[in-house]
Design a protein. Sequence first.
Length: 278
Amino acid sequence: MPELPEVETVRRGLELVIVGKKIKDIQVYYPKIIRSPQDTEQFKFLLIGQVIQSIGRRGKYLLFHLTDDTLVSHLRMEGKYIYTENPNEPYDKHTHVIFSFTDGSQLRYRDVRKFGTMDVVKRDGETELEGIKKLGQEPIDPEFNLERFKKQVKQRMAPIKQILLNQEIISGLGNIYVDDSLALSKIHPLRSGKSLTDDEIANLIMSMKQVLEKAIEKGGSTIRSFESFYGRGSMQDHLIVYGRTGKPCIVCGTPIEKIRVAGRGTHFCPHCQKAAKE
DNA sequence: CACGAGTCCTGCAGGC
DNA sequence: TGCCTGCAGGACTCGT
């Protein structure tokens, strides 16, 4: 499940190999991946001939900045990009879109769950795209506005886990890094936003940055099937609570518990992360 | 307005 | 071996 660190890893990898390449042809095997334009032929017509100028990221969205347009790609659960210099290399049934470049190389989009999406917008027009325009602050932004975040958290009764998963409040976090950020800051996932103190929220943001930056450094987590096209990340070996149900907490040894919060599997240490006393 | 449930998808684990 | 069920979940839609 690619989150900010995984998407950033993919972005960096793509930047190294496809910037400067010109799209010669596109094959679409599963049209539902393409949200806009709805017509697949139109999608191809728009993009063929354009050159990839840079690769950006906003939250969990990848941005391919082309000559005239920007291709916005969301990997959702299992989307991934595979780069190959050999166009004859076989592709499997989970490969849904293939971009062929004029130099013979290809970029292939593979997505077992078929949840991923692609949208074409006018160059740099992604800020107007539904889903991106309402995105909250980036936790690793050097200019992160802590006061604004505190206010947003403290006005909500919802559990902090749910607040952190809301991309309109803070963007880029998914289930894995929310659980780990809460564990590092010793906050119980069910604590209401309103119950958190200023110090706890400041500490939470620091923990979040620490977790995300370490994950980027490790090339992301390889959970289930995520892998960047140039290798597998190793952050999964450094996770504190996610996926460690029943295993000892690395701080106190208490077995990690798993509950459901906001419909999602939620991992925490019942000793280190105390529930609200209210 | 806010919240919960359902939806999209497939692979895999567990039960028998 | 193989069938069946349930689970995984990001973002969106729909209903209360």
